[in-house]
Design a protein around this ligand. Sequence first.
Ligand SMILES: [Zn+2]
Length: 189
Amino acid sequence: MNSRIGRFAVAALATATATLGVTVANPSPAAAAMTICYNTSQAPSYASIANQAASIWNDATTNLTLTANCGTNLRIYQITGGGSYAQRTSLGNGRVYIDTQQAAQYSPLRIMTHEIGHILGLPDNYNGNCAILMSGGSAGTSCTNPYPSTTEANRVSSLFAGTLSATERSSGTGSQVFRDSWPALLTVG
Ligand SMILES: [Zn+2]
């Protein structure tokens, strides 16, 4: 009788342990984070700015990590004239162009985080609100805010988590070029 109780106790303990093991081993959700390797070899003047922008996005979002010079998901270029813009090929992949002339007028860090925002799935939102990163140059040259709003950051996290509907997801992940985010200033005289 004692051995029968003993066997029961051992079996019960094993069941409890197995249940606990499953719970610990499978935290949910189990989304795999995407590593976005960015390369600044073609934007030597803005490598430090790109690193700051990467940290801002990494701190504000989940399910993705921007990492410097481990590959070429995102190539960053510096150009002179023509305007800063982003060319997304797919979510987390593409090219960002920083216009050195615009970066002398607008905050270069805000330009960088904004343009990377396009690569991360965000559209423009020219509402003039400096608290909105994707308002870009519509907030004026005095706006230096480089941080995405909570809504913007959560949108990116959701896109990378793959939890949005196919329709919502397709609007943020397709191939698209985003230009004219930083209006040229009126020249005097
Ligand atoms: Zn833009």
